[in-house]
Design a protein around this ligand. Structure first.
Ligand code: AHR
Length: 526
């Protein structure tokens, strides 16, 4: 793994007349807190995410701790990874946790019917996942099996994970070598119940969710944040049915017969898919400028989808006690040629990085309702942060956006508004805005994220910083010569470097963004 400073400067594309945009940043008007959990991750038993990605086993020549790949752990720790969702995805609704505890050589196998129809040997199970979370310093987000599992099975898994006394499941855990219970903050009930998670209607799922929620108990001082499985994309009706039917089971004020809260949040999923058909989603690396802009237009749609779910929730929960969780998001292209279609392995280009930048800006603007998001997925699957190639580890362009945006974790969002319009490009029957930005403040510093979506032209940005006295700005830049550029074990054309074109002039911040680039600028305030 190469560090940024060890690389040659990235090529920048600066052809064409510069575009211009003016914005106003009210740095003295802090808004809702941007939860660090918006930078969450997702690891499914799918392709090479767990096996080969996180887990290499105890006999591997790849450096590991107890079978967990150390270069992956180190790279994710550098992101301050806040949480990790596991074991799926669709896999979660086929997973029976008791198959994945106890001596590895005695664990039964199963068929991973969703992903490649391969035999899963259950060598990575509950103890391995919790050890991974401990190494990462990340909160566990466990998805229970609602589609093909039982209420008892889910209830006993919580007891196994989190109970301290001499209960049957705590005893079983101890017999497998773990004395103390773990902390499990996040507990998901089902995954995509409208599809791979059981093919249910929203009403049928709501009934089942009440049942599972009732027995998803807090043990000792472990307080579960229970997340009901939500909609696909803009299916606002699904969200509405959950808000109506889970009723008193939702939110901070919800009380079950046991005097415990049940659901605290509802999730939804949205992938950036440009088609034209499911069988032909386009190559991750071989695309033209039109396809690039169509991807960006699809990515930008996340703003209206979040707003749509939030509006439904506002009608039932004006005090915003129920969280909205986007626990799967990212690009979904065709798999790399020659790889198993069921393994969803795709490369990651500068285009993916800009998709991430656009998503985070939308997340920050909706921080009052959106409390968590999980990129799909962390290693070797879909819009991955990390790609493993034997003993080598590749940091993808998307990884760098997560790294550059770290300063937004738990910061107060700041209003940033464009003055006089944004340059646009016609994509289909919509105007795609070519500039995206957001800002936050924490510990006496402001952090601004800026994305120039124009494939060919630089963008001159002027930000009128109001309400504070801004100190010397520092900028970081992620770009590459081509929108299709991507990193491999032998070449890393997409990497971070210092942004030279950043100046503070009175109260005005001036930045020049190269074509197709993502940048962050931070400055102290007084
Ligand atoms: O992330 C891949 C799959 O996409 C997940 O298993 C499923 O939830 C979604 O459809």
């Amino acid at each position: 793994m190469l560090l940024d400073d060890e690389r040659a400067p990235a090529a920048t594309a600066t052809t064409g007349t510069a575009l211009r945009v003016q914005a106003v940043l009210d740095a003295d008007l802090p808004g809702p807190r941007i939860s660090r959990h918006l930078y969450g991750h997702f690891a499914e038993h799918l392709g090479r995410c767990i096996y080969g990605g996180f887990w290499v086993g105890e006999d591997s020549p790849v450096p590991h701790e107890g079978g967990l790949r150390l270069d992956v752990v180190e790279a994710l720790r550098a992101l301050d990874i806040p949480n990790l969702r596991w074991p799926g995805g669709c896999f979660a609704d086929t997973y029976h946790w008791r198959d994945g505890v106890g001596p590895r050589e005695e664990r039964p196998t199963m068929v991973n019917s969703h992903w490649g129809d391969v035999v899963e040997d259950n060598s990575f199970g509950t103890h391995e996942f919790m050890a991974l979370c401990e190494l990462l310093g990340a909160d566990a987000y466990v998805s229970a099996n609602v589609g093909s599992g039982t209420v008892r099975e889910a209830a006993e898994w919580i007891e196994y994970l989190t109970r301290a006394d001499d209960s049957p499941m705590a005893r079983l855990r101890r017999s497998h070598g773990r004395e103390e219970p773990w902390k499990v903050p996040f507990w998901g009930l089902g995954n995509e119940p409208w599809g791979c998670g059981g093919g249910m209607s929203s009403g049928a799922y709501a009934e089942l969710a009440r049942q599972f929620g009732t027995y998803s108990l807090d043990h000792g001082d472990n307080h579960l944040y229970r997340i009901a499985a939500g909609a696909a994309d803009a299916d606002y009706r699904w969200t509405e049915v959950l808000m109506q039917n889970l009723g008193r089971y939702l939110g901070a004020g919800a009380v079950t017969g046991h005097g415990k809260n049940t659901y605290q949040a509802i999730s939804f999923h949205h992938y950036t898919i440009v088609g034209p058909t499911w069988e032909n989603k386009g190559s991750a690396t071989d695309f033209d400028v039109d396809e690039y802009y169509r991807t960006m237009a699809e990515a930008a749609r996340i703003e209206q989808i979040i707003a749509g779910h939030a509006a439904v929730m506002d009608a039932y929960d004006p005090r915003k006690e129920v969280g909205l969780v986007l626990d799967e998001w990212g690009t979904w292209f065709d798999v790399e040629p020659g790889t198993n279609p069921g393994f969803l392995f795709q490369q990651n280009t500068m285009r993916d990085a800009l998709v991430a930048g656009v998503h985070f800006d939308a997340f920050h603007r909706h921080a009052d309702r959106l409390v968590m998001a999980n990129i799909a997925q962390t290693v070797n699957v879909l819009q991955a942060m990390l790609l493993t190639d034997g003993e080598n580890l590749v940091l993808t362009p998307s990884y760098h956006v997560f790294a550059m945006n770290k300063g937004h974790h738990d910061a107060a969002s700041l209003p940033l508004a464009v003055r006089g319009g944004v340059p646009t490009r016609r994509v289909g029957d919509e105007d795609l805005e070519l500039f995206s930005a957001s800002a936050s403040t924490k510990d006496g510093r402001v952090l601004v994220s800026l994305t120039n979506l124009d494939a060919e032209r630089p963008l001159e940005v002027e930000v009128d910083v109001r309400g504070v006295s801004a100190g010397t700005p520092v900028g970081r830049l992620l770009t590459a010569g081509e929108i299709t550029d991507h990193n491999t074990a032998s070449s890393t054309p997409v990497h971070v470097r210092d942004l030279q074109d950043v100046h503070l002039d009175g109260g005005t911040l001036r930045v020049t963004l190269p074509a197709h680039s993502f940048a962050t600028v931070s400055f102290p305030t007084a």
